[in-house]
Write a protein that binds this ligand. Structure first.
Ligand code: G5P
Ligand code: MG
Length: 218
């Protein structure tokens, strides 16, 4: 593996519940990169009831975006903790302002965009269960936990995300359409965007891995 590929900076984009976390965990396993998920980090702060967590919760539970000034400061600090390892960023940036701020301090090398139809997304969030401490995600019928309601690795309880309630999902998809979609264009103009379409993660994953094999072998 070359020095460049060791330190590759990858970003994964996609609508809420398009499978960013699912595809990311497969990328982490295959390419040994560090997964930095803004949503998982915020949920961890909410669980620990930190000041940031208390502030973020007001927005997240309603399906709204946490304000840019909070997110930019928080995520850039989180990313600076990862050194000497390639990373995969998931959930940040999701506004053009965030993308511009990130580009100034850490220009990414590769951007993967997952294109999954909204009807599939609306259907799938109803069956999502998460293990909050690890961020592990399940879906009944797709990756069903071995024991109902329990995390496979720790046996701890699984929960449903408050922002997976139908009203919050509707809001998240509206925000995605109006505020996050322009981020795709931002990276298209930089010439580093690669798009992947499909109705399931199993359909998308072989295309992603075929592409990343070529990127990581460069
Ligand atoms: P998050 O956490 O970044 P979203 O909304 O971007 O949240 P989410 O919901 O985490 O994205 P995902 O990671 O794209 O979805 O998808 P996933 O978890 O892998 O898959 C979704 C479900 O489908 C899972 O149950 C999975 O098992 C299942 N699944 C996957 N593939 C398949 C399949 O092929 N078939 C089936 N049947 N099921 C499948 O952000 C949350 C909130 O944090 C704030 C915002 O408030 C945001 O709403 N936030 C930010 N705010 C401002 N700026 C930022 N940068 C922010 N980042 C986070
Ligand atoms: Mg996610």
């Amino acid at each position: 593996m070359s020095v460049r590929s060791k330190l590759l900076k990858t970003l994964i984009l996609g609508a809420p519940a398009s499978g960013k976390g699912t595809i990311s965990s497969r990328i982490v396993k295959k390419y040994n990169v560090e997964h930095i998920s803004s949503g998982d980090k915020l949920r961890d702060h909410i669980q620990k009831q930190t000041e940031l967590g208390k502030e973020a919760k007001k927005y997240i539970n309603e399906g709204k975006l946490v304000p840019d000034e909070i997110m930019i400061k928080f995520m850039i600090a989180e990313m600076s903790k990862v050194s000497g390892k390639p990373w995969l960023l998931d959930g940040f940036p999701r506004t053009v302002e965030q993308a511009m701020a990130l580009w100034k301090v850490q220009p990414v090398d590769v951007v993967l965009n997952l294109n999954v139809p909204f009807d599939v997304i609306i259907d799938r969030v109803k069956s999502r269960w998460v293990h909050l401490p690890s961020g592990r995600v399940y879906n009944i019928g797709f990756n069903t936990p071995k024991v109902e309601g329990k995390d496979d690795e720790t046996g701890e309880a699984l929960t449903q995300r408050p922002d997976d309630k139908p009203e919050a999902v509707k809001k998240r998809l509206e925000i995605y359409d109006s505020i996050t979609r322009p981020v795709i264009q931002f990276y298209k103009e930089k010439g580093i965007l690669k798009e992947f379409e499909g109705r399931t993660s199993d359909e998308i994953w072989p295309k992603v891995t075929k592409y990343l094999d070529t990127v990581f072998s460069k």
